[in-house]
Every structure is written in structure tokens, then in C-alpha cells.
Design a protein around this ligand. Structure first.
Ligand code: FEO
Length: 388
């Protein structure tokens, strides 16, 4: 396996995970990559490693350019093992290398994972001269772990961004402009929604820290390198992190005997008749990570569940748990569902929507047994009344 030169004497030496379909629950239908970068200068520097099972691929790509034993520094941007997992292996092959990590959390995390190794801790504003080039370390705490940092090389105007601006997307090409752009932007949005949505405030702080940098290339930790669409991805992060919403609706439901599904269809149609694009998600048939991608930029959210054993359906409970964790702010939401007796699920869904930070804009829509045509007309009118 070969390294890919992305700038003179700077190489991509990562690994492509074509087959991964779940990243701890995040459905990765297009696989991913673990990007590492090798800089050949007076001090030879490796930025990040890869997930442990891909360590031989990393080593082989490095060895296609230099003897790995010549590496002087390994920059660990982030302790999560998809980037740091091959550090112990690399240290066997780079006996003179020192590991650069953020203070205090990177150091603490790496020690907890890999024990005592030759670490050098860095903090905001620290720089490292590696010869013709300088590396500037910029902490990006909680984007998305406490230790996260990015590295900027001013002589090359390259930002090594680790998780930020990444995508779970396996590709034989390395750059944004080599790939289908709608797919790339969808995967970048999906990544933000499922990994970073909770940390909008921290993303804003990171964007502020990067604001004055001249960036011609963003060398991400996953997926493709941004070189032709740097401004667009920075603008999108600005919009996503400030919670900019579009007039779109997401309808999520599960159903037992199709009554709640009939309500979901009527609600979807009601939005669409008002010119608000609405997406209909039977939660059993869709990945939560895809649903959250749509919620990231949608103003409206309707969630429905019939009542089973005095509860909501477990599938909807799982969705709401995931939603609550990612904490989207300010969606205009309501609960709906059918029931035979009791009907507790609809109130329970509403409570969870409130707990997730949604604004309840419509009284919960409870339907006994099967909705009639008249019931569905009333539901349509109620939904359309909240569309502004
Ligand atoms: Fe790609 Fe948070 O590791």
C-alpha cells in the first residue's frame, strides 16, 4: 500500500475501512477512513494514527515513503482509539518518537489507555518547529472529547482537523473535488448531526479560534480532504453550530396496527400541503443516524407511538433517548399516537420531547382506536395551524 502525497513532502498514510457499517451505533453505510498524515521535514512528524486493526496498513503506507524508525514526533489530536489505537504499535517501530498531546486531557487519556510513553504535552498557543515548517496546536475541547485539538501548519496553510469537518465515507479518492459532492456534503452533515450536534457552543468556539487562519486545505481525520470546498464546509459548520433551521418537517413513528401510521401519513401530507417538505420515517425501517441528520436542519418534529403495556413503543423510546443525548434545541414539536385504552404513550412522548429541548407547539394528538376520515381531517387542520 502506498502513501498519497497531498502537498510536497506531506503524505496521507491512513487506512480505509470499506466494510464498517456501524460506528458504535452510528450507521455508516459508506464505511469510513482513519486519516493519518506524514510530514517529511527536518523532524519527521506523523499526525495521528489509525484504528488498531488497521495498524499494518498505516505502517506499510509510511514505509512506502520513509523508514518508520525515522519518525521524530507523533501528534495525537484525540485519544479516541480510532485515531490513537495504533500508537503502541507505532512506538515499537519508531523508537525515537515523542508523542505530542494536549494538556491536561490528552496526556491523561493517553496514559490511561496506553500507559507511560514519551509524551510531550501542549496547550493553546504552543508551537513546534519541525524544520521548514511550524505546527501550531489549537485546543478544540469537547469537539467532541475533552482532549480534542487541531494542528495548523502556517507555511502550508493546512489545518489537520481530526474529527472536525470529517465524514464517515470510504473512498478510493482522497479529495472533496474527486467525489460526488452531494454525497460528500450529506456525509459531512450526518457526521456533524450524530457526533457534534450536542456541542454546538464548542463548535462555535472552535470556529472562532480558526477564524483568522488562512486555510487552503482541511486534512480531516475521517473521509475526504477539503481543498476545493473549504469555505463551504466552514460556512456549513457555522450554520449547523448556530442551529440555523429550514422550513422542513420530520415525522417519526412506530405503529402496531397502522392507526398511528395513518396519523403519520396525514401529518406528513399536512405539512407538504403547506409547502413544508416533510419526511416520513417509520422508525423500524430507518437508521436513527439518518433521522437525526434530517432533524439537524428541520424546524418541525412530530413523533408518534401507540401505547403498549402502558408505555410507548421501545423503538420510539430508543429514538427519543438518542435525540435527547444529541439535544437539538428549539424544534417545534408535538406528539401523536393511537391507543385502545389508557393511551399513556402520547403524553410520555411529549415529556421526552420537552426533555430533549423541543418547544411543544401543538396539544398532543391522541386517537382512540382507528382514525376516521373526519379524525384525519381534524388532525390535518391542527397541524396546518402551526405552520408559519
Ligand atoms: Fe474519530 Fe472521536 O474519533
Amino acid at each position: 500500500m502506498q502513501a498519497v502525497e497531498i502537498r510536497k513532502d506531506i503524505y496521507w498514510v491512513g487506512a480505509i475501512d470499506w466494510s464498517m457499517r456501524s460506528f458504535h451505533g452510528y450507521e455508516t453505510s459508506r464505511g469510513s477512513s482513519y486519516n493519518a498524515y506524514l510530514i517529511l521535514d527536518e523532524k519527521i512528524t506523523l499526525i495521528d494514527t489509525v484504528k488498531e486493526p488497521f495498524k499494518e496498513e498505516l505502517l506499510e503506507r509510511i514505509a512506502s515513503v520513509i523508514d518508520p524508525a525515522k519518525i521524530d514526533y507523533i501528534v495525537s489530536s484525540h485519544v479516541e482509539p480510532d485515531h490513537s489505537g495504533a500508537i503502541p504499535f507505532m512506538m515499537q517501530h519508531c523508537p525515537n518518537a515523542k508523542i505530542i498531546t494536549s494538556l491536561p486531557n490528552g496526556l491523561k487519556g493517553l496514559k490511561a489507555h496506553y500507559g507511560e510513553l514519551p509524551y510531550i504535552g501542549v496547550k493553546a498557543g504552543d508551537t513546534l518547529s519541525i524544520g521548514q515548517r511550524t505546527l501550531q496546536f489549537i485546543p478544540t475541547p469537547m469537539l467532541h472529547w475533552p482532549d480534542s485539538m487541531v494542528t495548523y501548519c502556517p507555511e502550508e496553510t493546512i489545518l489537520f482537523s481530526n474529527d472536525a469537518f470529517g465524514q464517515h465515507l470510504a473512498s478510493g479518492c482522497r479529495y472533496d473535488d474527486d467525489n460526488d459532492l452531494p454525497t460528500l456534503f450529506f456525509e459531512a452533515k450526518k457526521y456533524y448531526a450524530n457526533i457534534l450536534m450536542l456541542y454546538g457552543r464548542q463548535a462555535q468556539a472552535a470556529l472562532k479560534a480558526l477564524h483568522d487562519l488562512d486555510i487552503s486545505m482541511i486534512a480531516t481525520g475521517h473521509g475526504l480532504i477539503w481543498r476545493s470546498h473549504v469555505k463551504e464546509i466552514l460556512r456549513l459548520y457555522q450554520e449547523w453550530s448556530t442551529g440555523k433551521l429550514e422550513d422542513r418537517a420530520v415525522v417519526v413513528f412506530d405503529t402496531m396496527w397502522h392507526s398511528t401510521e395513518m396519523m403519520a401519513r396525514a401529518i406528513t401530507e399536512a405539512f407538504q400541503q403547506k409547502g413544508i417538505p416533510a419526511i416520513f420515517y417509520d422508525v423500524k425501517e430507518n437508521a436513527l443516524s439518518d433521522i437525526l441528520t434530517e432533524i439537524l436542519t428541520s424546524k418541525y418534529l412530530a413523533v408518534g407511538s401507540p401505547t403498549i403495556n402502558n408505555q410507548m413503543m421501545p423503538t420510539i423510546a430508543s429514538f427519543l433517548c438518542y435525540l435527547k443525548g444529541l439535544a437539538p434545541k428549539g424544534r417545534k414539536a408535538f406528539a401523536f399516537g393511537s391507543y385502545g385504552w389508557g393511551g399513556q404513550s402520547i403524553g410520555l412522548v411529549e415529556e421526552e420531547l420537552k426533555a430533549a429541548g423541543c418547544e411543544i407547539v401543538l396539544e398532543k394528538q391522541r386517537q382512540a382506536n382507528v382514525p376516521s376520515a373526519e379524525d384525519l381531517q381534524k388532525l390535518t387542520a391542527a397541524v396546518q395551524a402551526i405552520c408559519k
